[in-house]
Design a protein around this ligand. Structure first.
Ligand code: FES
Length: 139
């Protein structure tokens, strides 16, 4: 399978060495009728389930964020952590910090926290899950 992946990547590079980034498409899943309906903890985070996945939701400085339930380092429960003064989510286990919007590991350990777009609409709160094409397993 890896061999096929590399052939496709090489072929893609040869025929399109400077690809134009494509816009991501999302399937939007409703998680609640309103933000007040969510079970917010004192640390401004809560756990929600959408599309069969457990996620962490956070509110900070007027914004709402959605990201993975577990830390990419050693599976710390992100909702048990805290939000620092500059808006990073801090994992409760080893205190690695992540940008809640981009998932970038701001303390430099090289991990990436999966994030999801979140929308507040008239009829509720929605989380976006990236649409996966048929060949997405090759990427
Ligand atoms: S488990 Fe999150 S920093 Fe180690």
């Amino acid at each position: 399978m890896k061999c096929i992946k590399y052939v496709i990547l090489i072929k893609r590079y040869i025929f399109n060495p400077d690809p134009v980034p494509t816009e991501k498409k999302y399937n939007w899943v409703k998680v609640a009728d309103s933000v007040n309906e969510l079970d917010w903890q004192a640390n401004n985070m809560c756990i929600a389930t959408a599309d069969g996945k457990k996620l962490t939701l956070a509110r900070h400085a007027g914004g709402f964020f959605a990201f993975a339930h577990k830390c990419p380092h050693a599976s710390g429960i992100m909702a048990d952590g805290f939000i620092d003064a500059v808006g990073n989510i801090v994992c409760p286990l080893h205190r690695y910090k992540f940008n809640m919007e981009t998932g970038r590991n701001t303390t430099g350990e090289g991990y990436y926290l999966k994030t999801y777009p979140m929308q507040q609409r008239e009829d509720g709160i929605y989380i976006g899950f990236e649409e996966r094409g048929f060949f997405s397993f090759l990427q």
